[in-house]
Design a protein around this ligand. Sequence first.
Ligand SMILES: [Mn+2]
Length: 354
Amino acid sequence: MKNIFEELKLSNETAVLICSPYNMKYFSGFSGGEGYVIITKENKYLLVDSRYTGIAKEEAYKDFLIFEFGLNYPLADMLKNILLENQIKNLVFEDDFISVKVFNMFINIADNIEFCPMSYDINKIRMIKSDEELELIAKAEQIGVDAFKHILSYIKPGVSEKDIAAELEYFMKKNGAEKTSFDTIVLSGERTALPHGVPGDRIIKNGDFLLMDYGCVYNGYCSDMTRTIMIGKADKKQKEIYNTVLNAQMTGLNVLKAGIGGFSADKAARDVIDEAGYGDYFGHSLGHGVGLQIHELPNLSPKSDIILEENMIVSCEPGIYIYGYGGVRIEDLVCVKNDGIRNLTNLSKELIEI
Ligand SMILES: [Mn+2]
């Protein structure tokens, strides 16, 4: 377990306030999702209400003091006392997560305390995964891979996008997943051009692209994968688009390794799509980190300034989306290694026609 104080090089008068479920789980072990973690140089606190006290006691790391707030001991008083007892002058907080309401509560109780927004630095600590984390992510991804193999025998003309999404989710839950890692995306026909569309009642039919982007959570860790297949035979244009995306994806995978910048991986894949004449139809970035959170650092994007390191987990997912016609995305989840990658999505990417 990484020490947040050492990682962020904080002073003795600083406290870190964490309330996002991902960082709470990472730094305290508590998976309940609702609560407040406060870490000072000397002390670690987990504050929860009575709904979560039992879970907190079972899950929190042994060096955490667990306090229950409620009617008898209001949260604001508890926070104020902790800050006073530890003589805190700076409060590091998650600016990309904390609500205005909670932020205002702190402003009201904490006179003479400086607030330091540090989400980016805090989240960076989670980028390099431990062996145990890698195992959980690989397991989560394998559940998704198994779900894909299962769904191929379920898909036939007559079923709807919603039917396929429900079957994928049911399979993953029956096979050990706690929940989906994000809302399952199943799109067909011209709707495949909506990169993050929602499954609807559309019935799949011959000549459709069918795009499935989904993942699950296993012991708190997320998986993510996308496959696009054909219902019936692909025509010339469909083959060309599919092969362009596949080429871009393979190019991205081939350059990924420790020492490469997130921006260079993105560029390598993007160039393939540009050169094929589809540059205007690839609007999102190549990939993102995956861990306790479905979208986390590092990003593989034109704006990313992060140099990849061994045991980071990233997705590689280029796409081409032509509004009114359709689209293709292919996504694998990989572990960055010094000499390349370990691909966690153990599946062929040849165009499947069913
Ligand atoms: Mn993804």
